[in-house]
Design a protein around this ligand. Sequence first.
Ligand code: DGL
Length: 266
Amino acid sequence: MLNKDSAIGVFDSGIGGLTVLHQIIEALPRENTVYLGDTARAPYGTKSVETVLRYSFENSEFLIEKGVKIVVVACNTSTAIALSQLRDRFSIPVIGVIEPGVRRAIRSTRINKVGVIGTEATIQSGAYTHALKAANPAIEVYSRACPLFVPLVEEGWIDNDVVEMTAKAYLQGFKQSGVDTLILGCTHYPLLKKAIRRFLGGGVRLVDSAEETAKEVAIVLRRISVMRKNGKGTHSFFVTDAPDRFIKVGRRFLGEKVESAVRIER
Ligand code: DGL
C-alpha cells in the first residue's frame, strides 16, 4: 500500500541521474528516495530503441518492487524512448525529464528559437523536437548530439581546455542559428553549465531539466496526496555494477549523501 512514507524511485542508466535526484532532495527534503543506476549497462545513449525500452521496463519494475510511490525517469534517453510505454504499463505515476524541460524552454524563449543537446539516441528519437512543436508549432528547433560530454563529466573534466574545445566543436552551430535558449537534454550536462555558458555567452539561457523535473514531482505528489510532511528523508542507492566507482563519481554529483550503494544482479 503506497503512502506518504513510500519512497520516490529514480532510475538512470548510471550516475548522471544523480543531478535529478539532487534537485529532488533540494526541493523535497522530507522525502525518502531509492535510486537505481544501471551502471553495468550504461551508456544508454548509443543503444537501440528495443534495448533502451527493455532496460527501462526492468529498472521501473525493480523500483516498483521496492514499493516506491512514483517513478522518476531521470535518464533523458529512457524518457525519450520509453516514457509513454512505461506510463501505459504501470499504475503509479511515471515522470520523465523531457516535458518539464520543454515547458521551461517555452517560457524562456523570446524569439522562438530553441536548441537541444543530448545523447545520440535522444536526438535521433526527435522527442524534444516533437514536444516543443506540440507546445508551440511556431518554435524553430535546432538539435545536436554531444556524445563526448558524458565521458568528460564522468572523468571529472568539467572546466578545462578539452571541455572548451569540445564545447566549441559541438555548440558552434547554435551561435550561427541564433537560439536564445538551450535545453541541456542529458543528465550529465548540468555539470558543464559553466563551460557551455562561457562559450555561448550570457544571451543564451540554459534549461536544466533536473530542476524542472523536481518541481513536477512535487506537484504530482501533492495532487495524489502522498507528500511526506515530517522528518528528514533517507536515501538508498542501488547499482548493477561497480558500487565503489558509483560512490566516488556520485559524490561529484551529490556530495556526501552517496554513502553506500548496493549491487544488484542483472
Ligand atoms: N543518462 C543518459 C541521458 O540522460 C546519459 C548517459 C547515457 O548515455 O547513458 O541521456
